[in-house]
Design a protein. Sequence first.
Length: 280
Amino acid sequence: MEFLNFPFKYCGSVAVLGDLWRPDEIPEGGCPLVIFYHGGGWRFFDKSGWPVAQRWKQRLYEKGIAFATMGYRHGGYGGGLKQIAADAADAVRFFRRRGAEFGINGDRIVLCGHSAGGHISMLTGYMGESFRDEYSDKETECRVLGAISIAGTPTLRFYDYDMPVADEIPGDLECLLGKNWQDPAVMEKGEPQHYVITGEANHIPVLCIHGSSDRLVPPGMAEEFYRVGKEHGYDTRHLPLPETGHCLETPGKGGSTSPAAIAADDDICSFVLEMLGMKE
């Protein structure tokens, strides 16, 4: 396994960085790739924050699939929806344009993310071509084969669900959407589900994995997204995880990963292999 750290985008004097782990043996045409976006409420953490992927990424290596974690200018760097969405889409464009230099097949990319990163994964898969900023690649298309959201937010309407809204959520949403975050017209611009309803979203398969004991992101979001997607002719998939919290932990067990989350590794790998047209 080879590790590479590199800038994939320059925003003035600021470099946006990515990490890539690729198999030692690179096939002709390059390795397929899973791009992972970290969580953190659109304002915290960095590309090293992906513990939920530790187990199943090793299984992907064994199938010859590379794995990348790509940074983005979140609220901690002064970014909001425009910067986050553009950077996430430009990560895809980078590998589509320059993948061969890294041993990657840029036509065979699947996205994944946890929490805010799950939201970013869905938004990029569905609408990435719509997101550019002044530093973006203006010519390369943002196109992927599928996306996985782990405890992500297909909608941003936290107050529509029958569970208490966590104290940090208003600050997270203001960071993402600005001071007018409560305006439905502002909110829908950042909602993957909105673009499914309008029919603007790309028709790619999207798998939502969500713990039934999540107390940060309402599990009902994933259930609604699955239903809405089916109603509008989209390939939406929903994998509920019983007795599993937001970070895939078993509640009250000291942070240990839930048995359902461990079992879901099989579903994640199967989905990735299906998207890439590879055998189990």
